[in-house]
Design a protein around this ligand. Structure first.
Ligand code: NAD
Length: 497
């Protein structure tokens, strides 16, 4: 599906954001082409569902090895279409590898038939199967073009599904590469297909034909797709926007907090769903923290493209303009920029990381997600105030707390977010793939990672065998007597079962 065929009437152009140069033209597929891909996927899936899980695991483990072996060329591709710094591109490799290994090890147990308590003790034997759903549609954004396609596909494939992906039109190349690597790993054709093109044609045809929809992107689109999935009564999981807070408590280790702020706010130039955009710092440490943070931000290297580069390009000049519009609006309304805001002459979409204070509540960026290298600091009188402000948001994706471990755990339990990191920006929770990751409130629906991240791609089938006596009671026993027997069993069962 990655070459232009005779039915493609349109193309998409892929740009290298560092240079503004067009680096590829790819087909914008038609509705019919997407429908054909679904027909193909459905045929392949029927066979795949019969393939033993152990065999699926072998392929995913080969994929794990190949991604590690080919990491340099994959990172080059990711950088070429996103402009991100090399370390952030490598994070995508790590994520795929860790996800493949985690689910590769867990899938056989998760997918094996499990026992459940029966309707009637001893007399009912109940077991639960997890069957694949069919064809899973994945609609992905541009910020992590490998991770948010392949890592989400891995558990779906292990569960016996086929997967059809629409990458963002700005970043299809990493996803296309992942399709090639999956084939090289031995994944049969038709099971993992990347379809390039526009949201209204390719995206919508996927929404209308998949048996489960996994979406990562903006809250606005997430709501639309959620409505459509609801109309079709298909399962839907969505990882959406965030306005993620960080709390710096009075007893925080300030040097560690500064390092954590750099990682938490400026990884991938802040174009990260779990990125920190609001910092609430205790008054007692605010000045020391802020001075050290500004110093550390000013020491970050921008441009170059190699491992030494801390800050890469944003995804596009338009996005950089949008980020600066947020900042200009805040500054016009009274915010002070402590550092950053230059547009270094390295390419059309570079922005030097920005730290602001005094951002007023009526500034758009006070509550809205900027999705760029921008953070504001607000001084608070105590941690209760910090918590109240952290939770005062329509979003609830990720949060970060710098504090002594004891204080950190106390505060973490009061944060309204899907992941809370103590003494780390986001990587501790996001990297814990055995634990659920996803959003509260307008930040999402469903979870990736954890057992749920695989089981959501399955249909549960409960099989219950009734032995000796029917559930409605033994032959010849009148209803009243049976009701009394059941009541006795229930009373006894409350204590014993
Ligand atoms: P977006 O919602 O505009 O687009 C995401 C994807 O959806 C793209 O592939 C796009 O082509 C497609 N799409 C858009 N409208 C569609 C429609 N009507 N039908 C079918 N497909 C459609 O988001 P974006 O601007 O590309 O990504 C940035 C946003 O994504 C940010 O708000 C960010 O917070 C969020 N995000 C969240 C996570 C997370 O894990 N929570 C991760 C990355 C990005």
């Amino acid at each position: 599906m990655t070459t232009i065929d005779e039915r493609s009437t349109d193309t998409i152009a892929v740009e290298n954001p560092r240079t503004g140069q067009i680096i590829a033209h790819l087909p914008a597929l038609s509705r019919q082409q997407v429908m054909d891909a679904f027909a193909h996927a459905r045929r392949a899936q029927r066979q795949w569902a019969r393939t033993p899980v152990e065999q699926r695991v072998k392929i995913v483990m080969r994929l794990h090895d190949l991604v590690l072996a080919k990491q340099a060329e994959i990172v080059d591709i990711i950088q070429s279409e996103t402009g991100k710094n090399r370390a952030s591109a490598f994070d995508e490799i790590l994520d795929v590898v860790v996800t493949a290994r985690h689910y590769g090890k867990k899938a056989p147990k998760l997918l094996s038939r499990s026992r459940a308590k029966g309707a009637l003790p001893v007399l009912t034997k109940t077991r639960v199967d997890h069957a694949p759903i069919g064809v899973v549609g994945i609609i992905a954004p541009w910020n992590y073009p490998l991770t948010l396609t392949l890592s989400d596909a891995i558990p779906a494939l292990l569960a016996g599904n086929a997967v059809i992906v629409k990458p963002d039109p700005k970043t299809p190349l990493s996803a296309i590469e992942s399709e090639k690597i999956a084939r090289e790993a031995g994944l049969p054709e038709g099971l993992y297909t990347i379809l390039t093109g526009h949201a209204d044609v390719v995206g919508q045809t996927i929404v209308h034909n998949s048996d489960y929809l996994m979406f990562t992107g903006s809250t606005k689109t997430g709501r639309i797709l959620g409505t459509q999935a609801g109309e079709r009564l298909i399962g839907y999981s969505a990882e959406l926007g965030g306005k993620n807070p960080m709390i710096i408590a009075r007893d925080a280790d300030i040097d560690r907090a500064v390092r954590g702020t750099i990682d938490g706010c400026f990884s991938n130039s802040g174009q990260l769903c779990v990125s920190v955009e609001r910092i609430f710092v205790h008054r007692a440490v605010a000045q020391r923290y802020t001075e050290k943070l500004v110093q550390a931000v000013e020491a970050l290297t921008i441009g170059g493209g190699g491992w030494e580069e801390n800050i890469g390009s944003l995804i596009s000049a338009e996005h950089a303009d949008r980020v600066m519009d947020f900042v200009d609006d805040a500054v016009r309304k009274g915010a002070r920029m402590l550092t950053g805001g230059r547009r270094p002459d390295l390419g059309p979409a570079f922005v030097a990381p920005i730290v602001l204070v005094d951002v007023p509540e009526d500034a758009h960026m006070y509550r809205e997600e900027v999705f760029g290298p921008v953070v504001y600091i607000e001084t608070v009188d105590d941690e209760d105030q910090a918590l109240a402000k952290a939770n005062d948001s329509e979003y609830g994706l990720n949060a970060s707390i710098f504090a002594s471990p004891r204080r950190g755990w106390e505060l973490a339990q009061q944060v309204e977010a899907g992941t809370v990191n103590i003494n780390e920006g986001f990587a501790a929770a996001f990297g814990s793939v055995d634990a659920p990751m996803g959003g509260w409130k307008s930040s999402g629906l469903g979870r990736r990672h954890s057992d749920y991240g695989l089981l959501k791609y399955t249909q549960a089938r409960t099989i219950a065998q009734q032995r000796l006596v029917p559930v409605s009671g033994p032959k010849g026993m009148d209803k009243h007597t049976y009701a009394q027997v059941l009541s006795t069993v229930l009373r006894w069962g409350k204590r014993v079962l």
